[in-house]
Design a protein around this ligand. Structure first.
Ligand code: ME8
Length: 646
């Protein structure tokens, strides 16, 4: 059996590192918020936690996207990474490290892993890495390997007149075959624990279908980490990316830290089923080959879908990661992400369901109870919280329910079940509601039975504080706000668990009046007089207003020169009508500066100026690009510069 966080008291929690050729969306937020919940929940249970997330920045696709934006790869990465970091900040993600695969310590770590792999022998004494031929379908137009899904009628869709040839590239291979038996048995016996069970079965099924040795390097990809034993090749992006889980905690750079968080902790990887094979087979095999322990546990969750399809940029059906924050608040958005679906199963996002869930759970069950009890303390006790006396039969019963809920919470966290953990925390609020209604504090108030009323309110508020503590991993901004409103001081609630010293009684604290914790969200009435404007396309379709927002103009290139110290960038002076402007474009590989002077091109004229390599760029030219081919868009015939396009 794998070691659990309960045994080690220490846990490393990871998310996949996300590709930078995609802007962050709610799918990425799903794993990241769940990981953040798990990290906070383990801290609450008294465990030491390291929470690692980040971005996967190497590979051909990233470099291509960058050049097509007129940026260098690292400039493009910096830009997209900032988007991920902003999104995580907006959702109050409290990671311990955000790792980027372009960071120096990661590159060092991967280099060491590659060296270890190169020296390593399999249990049968063969070398783990061997040279071999990578066979694939290659388009000479694009100068890259295409997979069968990218072909149309067996031809490259961009270069249908060229033959797609099967060619062979010299690569280094990882001898996966030598580790398959060991891995299979480790998964069967839960030494590598794969949850949920259905995914474990799926992985075990892969062993039956034949798993080939995999290539760990590429000959033609420049934007990557060079192999230390053959610098003409770069590490295959997956070898580079998976390694983050150990370089991110110090492998190759800080051995003590690494041992602490890998060997002396329980390691939990969270991911969706799209990348199951890499994580459950390739990654543990690589670790075994370099003499390191495989991860203890992998939890593989489902997909968020929109209209039945996995949310992803390529399908253009994305919701922004923090899209729900303006309406439901940070905590509301996190709560919805965490509770709408069972972690592990796919879930279809529906607008109506979101509002109902928020109103039912947070506004009614929790927020309302807090407000009712607080108001009565303010009205009858001058805001001073009475003692919580749990000795009466009803109170005792409630106390036992709370204890049970605390156990249920811990068990759910240990089986990576955020929904059930949150349900357990919320059940404290629900049961307290029941107790409160049953005890009828308003009748006691009317009878002026302040002793009886004091017991009900003291017990209710103490129970609310308990619910709040266990809701903290889901609601990290509202819970401190609530505890503060119950008269607790910042230093009593400020630690990362949210637990602080709250368990010290609330008696005698003074309630602070404040706004509703979770105000109800009402259905927005459609405004018939408002002009129809599709501002948030979720299906890749834009409105005519969006089209007109982009001002395309014909421009004439009047000067062109290469940008120093780059191979890809040209600095152009262009004339749009009477106006002269400077733009920087990533086209140096395709056009010589002297061939551009005098040419008419199409530019986006109302783009916000940007600095590229320190040079101001005031617009963007339009070009068609696929693979290694790029052509500028030019007017078909004579037309004056400054003419509008559209
Ligand atoms: O695969 N529903 O990066 P990636 C749920 N760089 N989760 C989703 C989702 C959806 N619709 N869309 C994305 C990569 N995710 C590699 C990983 S790790 C060493 C390298 C989440 O940007 C989910 O966690 O494509 C999924 O596994 C991950 O994003 C894929 O992120």
């Amino acid at each position: 059996m794998a070691t659990s966080p309960a045994q080690t008291g220490r846990v490393l929690i990871t998310t996949p590192i996300y590709y930078v050729n995609d802007r962050p969306h709610l799918g990425h937020a799903y794993t990241t918020v769940a990981a953040d919940f798990m990290a906070r929940a383990h801290r609450l249970l008294g465990r030491e936690v390291f929470f690692l997330t980040g971005t996967d920045e190497h590979g051909e696709k990233v470099a291509e996207t960058a050049w097509s934006r007129g940026l260098t790869p690292i400039e493009h990465c910096d830009d997209v990474v900032a988007g991920f970091q902003d999104a995580w900040q907006a959702l109050h993600i409290d990671y311990d490290r955000f790792i980027r695969t372009t960071e120096e310590d990661h590159v060092n770590g991967v280099t060491k892993i590659l060296e270890r792999l190169h020296e390593a022998k399999t249990p049968d004494g063969e070398s783990v890495i061997y040279e071999g031929d990578y066979k694939g379908l290659y388009c000479t137009g694009c100068e890259k390997f295409l997979n069968s899904r990218e072909l149309e009628d067996g031809r490259c869709p961009i270069h249908p007149n060229r033959e797609v040839r099967e060619i062979t590239e010299r690569n280094y291979f990882f001898r996966l075959s030598s580790y398959l038996d060991t891995l299979k048995s480790m998964i069967e016996t839960d030494e590598i624990l794969i949850r949920p069970e259905i995914r474990k079965r799926e992985v075990l099924g892969l062993f039956g279908q034949g798993l080939d040795d995999f290539s760990i390097s590429r000959e033609k990809v420049e934007w990557g980490i060079p192999l230390p034993f053959d610098r003409s090749q770069t590490a295959y992006v997956w070898v580079d990316a998976l390694s983050n889980y150990i370089t991110g905690i110090g492998y190759g750079n800080h051995p003590d830290n690494y041992r602490k968080w890998w060997n002396d902790a329980s390691v939990l990887h969270l991911l969706a089923k799209d990348i199951l094979k890499f994580h459950t087979i390739f990654w543990p095999a690589m670790l075994l080959a370099i003499g390191e322990k495989p991860p203890d546990e992998l939890f593989i969750h489902g997909y968020l879908t929109l209209v039945g399809q996995k949310m992803s940029k390529s399908l253009a059906n994305v919701i922004k990661p923090d899209a729900w924050v303006p309406e439901y608040g940070v905590d509301g958005a996190r709560y919805l992400i965490l509770t709408l679906f069972r972690f592990g199963q796919d879930g279809e996002i529906k607008e109506e369901m979101i509002r109902e869930k928020y109103n039912a759970d947070l506004a009614n069950d929790f927020g309302n109870l807090v407000s009712r009890a607080s108001k009565m303390v303010l009205g009858n006790f001058g805001g001073i919280i009475p003692e919580a006396d749990f000795s009466g039969p009803e109170e005792k019963a409630l106390g036992e329910i709370i204890e049970q809920a605390e156990k249920t919470f811990a068990e759910a966290v240990d089986r990576v079940d955020p929904n059930q953990a949150i349900a357990a925390a919320l059940s404290i609020a629900r049961e307290t509601n029941r107790y409160f209604d049953h005890a009828k504090p308003w009748a006691r108030a009317k009878e002026k039975d302040l002793d009886g009323l004091g017991v009900i309110l003291g017990v209710t508020l103490e129970a609310i504080a308990k619910a709040a503590i266990y809701l903290f991993p889901a609601l990290p901004t509202k819970v401190p706000e609530l505890l503060r409103s119950l008269g607790l001081l910042d230093d009593e609630i400020a630690d990362r668990t949210g637990k602080g010293k709250v368990v010290a009684a609330l008696v005698g604290r003074e309630i602070q009046k404040g706004p509703a914790l979770f105000p109800r969200v009402e259905k927005q009435k459609p405004k018939p007089e408002a002009p129809k404007k599709e501002t948030k396309p979720t299906d890749g379709v834009i409105s005519i207003d969006d089209v007109f927002a982009v001002k395309l103009k014909i421009a004439e290139v009047i000067e062109a020169e290469k940008v120093e110290k780059t191979d890809k960038l040209l600095q152009l002076q262009i004339k749009i009508g009477e106006e002269t402007r400077q733009i920087v474009a990533g086209i140096a590989e395709y056009y010589r500066p002297e061939d551009l002077v005098g040419r008419m091109i199409v530019v986006v004229a109302n783009l916000k100026p940007a600095k590229i390599r320190g040079i101001e760029s005031n617009g963007m030219l339009l070009a068609a690009k696929k693979g290694k081919e790029l052509r500028l868009l030019t007017p078909d015939g004579e037309i004056r510069s400054g003419a509008s396009v559209g």
